[in-house]
Design a protein around this ligand. Sequence first.
Ligand code: ZN
Length: 78
Amino acid sequence: MKSTKPRQHHRRKVMRKKTCRLCENKIFNIDFKDVELLKRFQTEGGKILPRRITGNCFVHQKLLAAAVKRARMLALVY
Ligand SMILES: [Zn+2]
């Protein structure tokens, strides 16, 4: 006998607390010469990883993007 139990959607929102690593480390001025740091937030192709992946906060994502752009001009990163 087929049960017609409605499939329960137990899609509880997993709020994995993704904190901004830069906030955690209290980095508030991202140095564009800090290539190691910048690369951590880039793909291999040199794109800046989106916030939803890195978990960065809005402020740091902005700072990061600016730093990466500056570093790119100086050919420090891709
Ligand atoms: Zn932050």
